[in-house]
Design a protein around this ligand. Structure first.
Ligand code: GAR
Length: 210
């Protein structure tokens, strides 16, 4: 069966990448296949996860590239060479330029660990998001999967899931609950939804051209 080719961009532990790999194995993701993992860090454990599952991977460090433009050129080259149709940002800690994302309109999705529009945008990533949620005193938080546009965390929302905040939560306990109950559930579901849409569009485009 024809499948949408997915690249997953990561920077750290890669638990969201793992949720995508597991979802592919269990059949939750059936319209797409993870064809490439790109890490912005050479030491990210996410690379081990790719290796363990026989997925092509590469590390592109911004430092060794010297500039954002070269960093993005290298990523773009890898995506093109691997025939990638959908890019999933799964804990990718680098903001992509407007120039880059405009080439991938509705083809990049991101998972963010809060209910957007709360605790999002530049400076809100990883544990900082949960620190901010606890400081504000919200009783509900969660995760969001959205399309990526030129505004950090500003693209159209695809899926959201809420998670309760408990009195004794630390940023770490809250992060774990948000990952387990929200991120790892909605990211694979969103990847399937968008993969299926890309596949359908590709097929109807092919038919129109005949
Ligand atoms: C996840 O919680 C993800 O939502 C967050 O970083 C973590 C990466 O964990 N991403 C952001 O904050 C992006 N703004 P992982 O490497 O184990 O998937």
């Amino acid at each position: 069966m024809l499948k949408t080719k997915i690249a997953v961009l990561v920077s750290g532990g890669g638990t969201n990448l793992q949720s995508l790999i597991d979802a592919q194995q269990s059949g939750i993701i059936k319209s797409g296949e993870i064809a490439l993992v790109v890490s912005s860090s050479e030491t990210a454990y996410a690379l081990e996860r790719a290796k363990n599952h026989g997925i092509a991977y590469l590390a592109v460090s911004k430092k060794s590239c010297g500039s954002q433009a070269e960093f993005e050129n290298k990523i773009q080259r890898a995506l093109t060479e691997n025939g990638i149709q959908l890019v999933v940002l799964a804990g990718f800690m680098s903001i992509l330029s407007a120039d880059f994302v405009s080439k991938w309109e509705k083809r990049i999705i991101n998972v963010h660990p809060s209910l957007i529009p709360s605790f999002c945008g530049e400076g809100y990533y990883g544990l900082r998001v949960h620190e901010a949620a606890l400081k504000y005193g919200v009783k509900l938080t969660g995760a969001t999967v959205h399309f990526v546009n030129e505004i950090p965390d500003g693209g159209e929302i695809i899926l959201q899931k809420s998670v309760p905040v408990y009195k004794n939560d630390t940023p770490e306990t809250l992060q774990k609950r948000v990952m387990e109950r929200a991120e790892w559930k909605i990211l694979p579901r969103a990847a399937e939804l968008v993969s299926r849409k890309i596949l359908k569009e590709g097929i109807s485009y092919g038919l129109q051209r005949k």
